[in-house]
Structure formats: structure tokens, C-alpha cells
Design a protein. Structure first.
Ligand code: NAX
Length: 327
């Protein structure tokens, strides 16, 4: 049987943590034959640490056969020791009266410290997924703060946007969501992201031809996917948690175990393709195999798509600019 791998999860006492940890411990992320040790990080705050203990009591009470150990931490330097996977979920939420630049710099501090800790103590092959917002920029900051680790091992979560787009297409076409291939979401995890079904197929048929309605794409589909997070908050009174945890599981599982040729969307540091500047952490179509992702290259970018991609890129470059002095 396989020896255990170490999985760090930050923000482990939060909403997403509560929807995520039980699924990781059940083997849904890394496989039903892969034991895991959970290294859980929360802020030192007494209430957060106590809540974390409560979650760990529940994990214990599940008696998961694959849960080989768990630890509670309040310092990233101990939480990330020897970790093979790091899911960075905890982040500073926007408080009342907080300006965008305050939010950016509060998170820049968190992700600089966590990037440095990963650099110092994590496995040299650690695979990092940043969920905490602003996810792309936080991933960029962590990557820049960890110069001894491979840049390509820092990723941001665009999978929730990808899954949201897939479900909207399934609903519109009346076809099963599982039959959708070659869908992607370009750019930032924010309402500016560009969900692109121009190349998508469903049961082998072109989605664009099936739908055949550019106005629907522009006026309904893109705003629905882009503003879905806000719609969930409006309906539930809380932000997406179970669907976000599910997307994190999908992202890591596909990265580690492979997508079997299927396109998935990951936020990855650019190597300059599609005119996205080097190192910008951008949503791209990728396929995954043997623990590596590979960018889908050579796709045609038409005028409408270029405009949308430039818009989401502009926002990301502004975010990066806002934290540049801290790196
Ligand atoms: P919660 O506020 O429920 O939980 C966050 C937890 O993180 C809290 O328990 C907090 O104490 C902890 N935390 C804060 N700073 C920390 C630090 N420096 N180290 C360790 N723990 C820390 O938020 P939740 O709903 O779980 O959302 C977590 C993050 O995911 C938020 O930033 C949210 O905006 C982001 N999201 C990202 C999504 C994506 O697709 N990329 C979608 C869902 C979600 O909105």
C-alpha cells in the first residue's frame, strides 16, 4: 500500500475548509488508495484555533481509513513542513470600509509569508493551489516569494468558473454536463474572466454551432458565469463554499491523477503564450498527465476574444502593480 502524503490546508476552520477536508480525507482528491496526513493552518486567534479543533474532532469521528494523521498549526513554517500539496484557502476578506488596495496589501502580506514558508520547508515538488482571493494575484505573490521552488507548481483556482460555465452550457443545450469537452476560462478569477466555448464540443458536436446565438453568449452566458459568486451570496447569505471546495478537489485531482486528454482550466504562470506577459497567473486551457499540466497552445483568438482577454489581463496587471512594492 502507498505511504501517506502530506496535505496542508489553510483557512481550515472556514466555510470552504469545512466542505473540503472531509472529501480530501475520504480520498476524493488524491485517490481511494492514497493515505493522507492533514496539516491544518489557521490564524493564531483563539476562536479560530478552537473552531479548528472542533473540525478535527469531527474528522476523527469519521474514522476515515485513509486519514493517517492530522495536525493543527498557527504558523506556516510548521504547517508547511514537508508538504506535498498545499491548498491555500485562508485569506483576508474585505471588511467594511476597506479599500481595494488595503485588501490587496493585507493579502500580499499573508501570501508573501506563506510563499517564504513553502520555500523554506515544503517538499521541493510541492503542488500549490491558491483559492483565497484575489486568487491569481495571491498565487503570483506566493510564487515570487518562493524562488527555490518550480514556478509552475504555483496555481490559482479557476475551476469553479470552468464548472459554472459547463453547467450553464449543459442547461442551455439540454445535454449532459459530462459530455462537454474543450471548454476554458481565460484570465482572472473575478467577474472579468472570459469563459470561452468557441472550441467546445458536446457529444462531439460544436457547442457554438448548437447554441448559435452570439447575443446569448455576450448578454446572458458571460454575465451569468461572471456574476455567479454574487448571485450565490445574494441567495444564500454566504459565499460559495461547497462548490468552491468541489472545484478545488477537481483541480488537484486532475493535476495529480490526470485529465485523460480532457481540457481543464487552471490559473498558471504564463510563459508568454497568447501574449500574456511572463509570470502573470492567468486562467488557461490545459491538459494534465503524470502530475504535470500542459498548456493547450495555438488556439485562434478572434477580435471579441482578444478584447475580453485584454480586459481581464488589464485587471490582473493592475493588481500586480498594486503589490509590486511589497515583493
Ligand atoms: P471563511 O471566512 O469562512 O474562512 C476563511 C478562514 O481562513 C477563516 O477561518 C480565517 O480565520 C482563515 N484565515 C485567514 N487568514 C489566514 C491566514 N493568514 N492563515 C491561515 N488561515 C487564515 O472564508 P471561505 O468562505 O472559506 O473562503 C475562503 C477564501 O476563498 C476567501 O478568500 C474567498 O474569497 C475565496 N474564494 C475563492 C474562490 C475561487 O474560485 N478562487 C471561490 C470561493 C471563495 O469565494
Amino acid at each position: 500500500s502507498k505511504s501517506p502524503v502530506r496535505v496542508a490546508v489553510t483557512g481550515a476552520a472556514g466555510q470552504i475548509g469545512y466542505a473540503l477536508l472531509f472529501r480530501i480525507a475520504a480520498g476524493e482528491m488524491l485517490g481511494k488508495d492514497q493515505p493522507v496526513v492533514l496539516q491544518l493552518l489557521e490564524i493564531p486567534d483563539e476562536k479560530a484555533q478552537k473552531a479548528l479543533k472542533g473540525v478535527m474532532m469531527e474528522l476523527e469521528d469519521c474514522a476515515f481509513p485513509l486519514l493517517a494523521g492530522m495536525e493543527a498549526h498557527s504558523d506556516p513554517m510548521t504547517a508547511f513542513k514537508d508538504v506535498d500539496y498545499a491548498l491555500l484557502v485562508g485569506a483576508r476578506p474585505r471588511g467594511p470600509g476597506m479599500e481595494r488596495k488595503d485588501l490587496l496589501s493585507a493579502n500580499a502580506q499573508i501570501f508573501t509569508a506563506q510563499g517564504k514558508a513553502l520555500n523554506a520547508v515544503a517538499s521541493r515538488n510541492v503542488k500549490v493551489l491558491v483559492v483565497g482571493n484575489p486568487a491569481n494575484t495571491n498565487a503570483y505573490i506566493a510564487m515570487k516569494s518562493a524562488p527555490d521552488l518550480p514556478r509552475r507548481n504555483f496555481t490559482a483556482m479557476l475551476r469553479l468558473d470552468h464548472n459554472r460555465a459547463a453547467s450553464q452550457i449543459a442547461a442551455r443545450t439540454g445535454k449532459p454536463v459530462a459530455s462537454i469537452e474543450k471548454l476554458t476560462v481565460w484570465g482572472n478569477h473575478s467577474p472579468t474572466m472570459y469563459a470561452d466555448y468557441r472550441f467546445a464540443t458536446i457529444g462531439g458536436q460544436s457547442v457554438k454551432q448548437l447554441i448559435n446565438d452570439d447575443a446569448w453568449n455576450r448578454d446572458t452566458f458571460l454575465p451569468t458565469v461572471g456574476k455567479r459568486g454574487a448571485a450565490i451570496i445574494e441567495a444564500r447569505g454566504l459565499s460559495s463554499a461547497a462548490s468552491a471546495a468541489n472545484a478545488a478537489i477537481d483541480h488537484m485531482r486532475d493535476w495529480v491523477l490526470g485529465s485523460n486528454g480532457k481540457w481543464v482550466t487552471m490559473g498558471i504562470p504564463s510563459d508568454g503564450q497568447y501574449d500574456i506577459p511572463q509570470d502573470v497567473v492567468f486562467g488557461f486551457p490545459v491538459t494534465t498527465e503524470n502530475g504535470e499540466y500542459k498548456l493547450v497552445e495555438g488556439l485562434e483568438i478572434d477580435a471579441f476574444s482578444r478584447e475580453r482577454i485584454n480586459l481581464t489581463l488589464k485587471e490582473l496587471l493592475e493588481e500586480q502593480d498594486g503589490v509590486k512594492h511589497l515583493l
